[in-house]
Write a protein that binds this ligand. Structure first.
Ligand code: SAM
Length: 171
């Protein structure tokens, strides 16, 4: 399954940290790339690229000025659009249906999400119907879609799991 994450409405400086966490979660839990809209942020892009250089994988980040045009383009190329929102249908109720799709665009918001996004989405999906965070919602969704599968990034840096220590391996 090809998965692209779209992070709407990145705001400087307010979203610097959380957008970075959205990107790190997208990468670590199996998405192929992240696109962000809102304010362009070369610092965000640089920190994500640095993580990829050190920890491996083919994940990439890019900026999109017009998210609605982008979403339409992705739909035209066969992507199914999954919008994460506390107002949506529970992920558990739609997980099997979602797994039938080969290409997913997963959208997370920041500020108030425009009505059009709800209309364009093929699935408006909630992780509980409580307000929480795009980072948590994305992590749980990706983990459920990937069935907790461990991904081998083959990076310069890797960790040898340890019961108590911190074992960092450098290639
Ligand atoms: N105030 C914004 C609004 O109502 O559109 C949303 C703020 S919320 C902190 C930011 C993003 O986190 C949302 O756009 C959504 O993508 C995600 N999110 C928060 N709670 C969620 C939930 N219970 N289920 C799914 N996604 C959630």
């Amino acid at each position: 399954m090809e998965i692209i994450v779209l992070r709407l409405g990145h705001r400087l400086p307010r979203d610097e940290r959380i957008s970075t966490h959205v990107a790190l979660v997208a990468r670590a839990f199996g998405a192929n790339s992240i696109i962000y809209s809102g304010q362009h942020d070369s610092g965000l892009e640089a920190s994500v690229k640095k993580i990829c250089e050190n920890w491996g994988g083919l994940f990439h980040i890019s900026y999109e000025r017009n998210p609605l045009t982008f979403i339409k383009k992705m739909k035209d190329t066969g992507f199914t659009v999954l919008h994460l929102t506390m107002y949506g249908i529970s992920l558990s109720d739609k997980l099997n249906a979602l797994k039938l799709h080969k290409k997913l665009l997963i959208i997370v918001g920041s500020e108030q999400v425009p009505r059009d996004i709800y209309e364009f989405a093929d699935f408006n999906i909630s992780i509980t119907n409580q307000p929480h965070s795009e980072v948590a919602a994305l992590a749980i969704t990706l983990d459920r879609l990937n069935k907790g599968k461990k991904i081998d990034f083959r990076g310069k840096l890797s960790i040898k799991p340890s019961a108590r220590g911190k074992v960092l391996e450098k290639k």
